[in-house]
Design a binder for this molecule. Sequence first.
Ligand code: CP
Ligand code: NVA
Length: 309
Amino acid sequence: VESLKGKDLLALDQLSGDEVKGLVELGVVLKKLGTEGRYPKLLAGKILGMIFEKHSTRTRISFESGMIQLGGHAMYMNSRDLQIGRGESVYDTAHVLSGYLDAIMIRANKHTMVQELAEEASIPVINGLTDIYHPCQALADLLTVREVKGELKGRKIAYVGDGNNVAHSLIIAAAHTGMEIAVATPEGYEPSPDVLETAVAIAGKTGGQVSWTSDPVKAVSGADAVYTDTWTSMGQEEEAAARLEAFNGFMVDDALVKHAKDDFMFLHCLPAHRGEEVSASVIDGPNSYIFQQAENRLHAQKAVLASIL
Ligand code: CP
Ligand code: NVA
């Protein structure tokens, strides 16, 4: 996707619909080549630095494998081990790392910190999850629906659970592709009004639809895909007990998915908590695509890396 060359990827509202769809299609192509054992060395000699302030399995490994498959190199940095973990400024870190690396991928507590890093760095910065967004996840999610259902436009995806980072990026991604996204959360755990407003504006141009309800059955009715995520995100551990109570009735279980289409897809960004946000019968059942979805992080991010670098 030519227009993304040299750009940051912090949030999907900064991309056009064509860019989002272009990344998904490039992901399809790179995945197909990969299954044939073909790994074009598009990023020979390029170095991606990966900074983590939080845990990760999928993001870390898929970015690292993706860079290797593209002929480049990826470097893992735990923020605690960097001087930034002892108070060195984001400003100085951004300027210094720009001299060593070709791009930075960062998983951070605060989105505003990632924005500052991107502003100060002279190299592209990719968001690997913040408190408000998880754009690379949403690209992999679209790729997965695209693979299983074909055309995205007009498909209905229901997101049930916490109106969190994963939900935010999914809502914007779906709006870009002309999908219908129906979100169900308990009151007090809604997606950010700004995100909903942005998504409604995007959907107005693409023919998509964006809605919120506190009724999971309403959201899931007739859905092609049903998505959930943990009720307690990283950094919210102290709220876990209160959240467990607040989300009572929001588990994606057999009774709920009966309202979706017969051939619905179940999606979850993982890590999952069986018996909380999803029942084992659904996540381990025949409609679950969670491992294809997790694998697609690799292919979608290779599309991102190849485009940006
Ligand atoms: N879905 C996701 O981002 O997983 P990790 O936290 O393992 O990276
Ligand atoms: N919402 C979760 C996603 C983890 C990939 C979190 O932020 O912890």
